[in-house]
Design a binder for this molecule. Structure first.
Ligand SMILES: [Zn+2]
Length: 397
């Protein structure tokens, strides 16, 4: 271990200690209460009409208007194809939070963070979101009525849900982010090559393998028995850039990172659009397989956690284009329902309130749309509500 990496590790440990100290006691109390019972009582549809539910998160997939207005890409071919298959693809829909963990956990717990856990405004860490990602209200409610929950591993980590009934992973052993870091930063990296197919550290090849595994395995899920809630967070078309539009690997000598590549804005847009085109072509096959193989028409949700955010710096002192980061791609296959109007003024926090009301006889109130900004590296600290600013069109040139 180099002196620098030792200092970094000690600094990180110190940060974690400080964070533990400032997490409010209410956080632990809320978690304890949720462990006892957090399920919403659902009334399942008739036995032979219980639909599988697929919630597929495509990370940083911008909505069609943003793709066209900001990046000059016309996504209408994919949208038309989805609509022809019966999907709703609403034009202006939004995530409530600009970061993955906050956005996905808020969606699967059907609530805003200030209601889930108040008084988190000094907390900088990401880990307090983990409980809400692994033990979401949506998951526990569906399990109560007999759903099997299935989730996929990814190489990002926080959305990996080992608490689901079936956890699918493409490698026998998955390292935590800290283990991955320690192996890369120390002589243990000599073990990397012989063990890469068993216990991989993060590389671009490994990232491609996670994405391909996830896409291929999704096509086989309908063959599994019983009603299923399937959660798949594909860290794509988010950076890093690993595929061109035809699925050819893009080789780079850069170290693996989920941060944006150091290229011009134009080049980044071009590479990102290539990834959007690739995931479109792959999702066509995934959707086709799920629709063809499902014995009961399934609910399919394909939704981004946030947009790309080329002009989002997460620095509160700079001008931000919230619209570009928070408007998202979403496509919804909702068999037997005509819910277009519910998606006309929609944000992600209401996704499962809508699904539960329409398919499981709940009467959950739809929440008012609210939107939030968080600072770089800080999830909760410095969080600001920016609701009036989100729908303001901005010029990102
Ligand atoms: Zn994300």
């Amino acid at each position: 271990m180099t002196i620098t990496s030792l200092i970094l590790s000690l600094a990180a440990a110190n940060d974690i200690r400080q964070d533990i100290a400032i997490i409010p006691r209410e956080y632990y109390e809320i978690i304890r209460e949720r462990n006892e019972s957090s399920a919403v009582p659902l009334v399942p549809p008739l036995e032979n009409e219980v639909p599988d539910i697929y919630y597929i998160v495509l990370d940083a997939y911008a909505n069609s208007e943003t793709l066209l207005e900001f990046y000059g890409y016309d996504n209408s071919e994919f949208v038309d194809l989805l609509e022809a298959q019966g999907f709703i693809v609403p034009k202006n829909i939004y995530a409530n939070y600009p970061r993955t963990a906050l956005s996905v956990a808020s969606t699967t717990n059907m609530e805003y963070w200030d209601a889930l856990v108040p008084e988190m405004d000094k907390v900088r860490s990401w880990w307090p979101t983990k409980h809400f990602l692994e033990k979401s209200i949506v998951q526990s409610s569906l399990e109560e009525i007999g759903y099997t929950t299935i989730s996929f591993a990814n190489d990002w980590g926080l959305t990996n849900n080992k608490n689901s009934s079936i956890y699918l992973q493409p490698y026998p052993i998955l390292l935590t982010n800290i283990e991955d870091y320690l192996i890369r930063a120390t002589p243990l990296r000599l073990l990397q090559k012989p063990l890469q197919n068993i216990m991989p550290i993060k590389t671009h090849d490994v990232h491609r393998h996670f994405i391909r595994y996830n896409l291929e395995t999704l096509k086989e899920i309908p063959e599994m028995q019983g009603p299923k809630f399937v959660f798949s967070h594909i860290v794509f078309p988010h950076d890093p850039i690993v595929f061109d539009k035809d699925g050819n690997p893009i080789q780079t000598k850069n170290k693996f990172s989920f941060s944006s590549p150091e290229v011009t804005k134009d080049e980044r847009q071009k590479l990102y659009i290539g990834q959007v085109e690739y995931i479109n072509s792959q999702m066509k096959d995934v959707i086709k397989a799920i629709l063809e193989k499902s014995s009961t028409p399934p609910i399919i949700i394909i939704q981004a956690d946030h947009g790309l955010g080329l002009s989002m710096t997460f620095n509160p002192n700079e001008n931000q284009c919230f619209q570009e980061r928070l408007s998202i791609f979403g496509a919804y296959y909702l068999p037997g329902k005509n819910l277009d109007t519910l998606f006309q003024d929609y944000s992600s926090v209401n996704l499962f309130r809508i699904i539960f009301n329409e398919y499981f006889s709940t009467e959950l109130a739809l929440l008012e749309n609210r939107f939030f900004f968080t600072q770089e590296s800080n999830l909760f600290a410095g969080m600001q509500e920016i609701t009036p600013k989100v729908k303001i069109f901005c010029d990102i040139e």
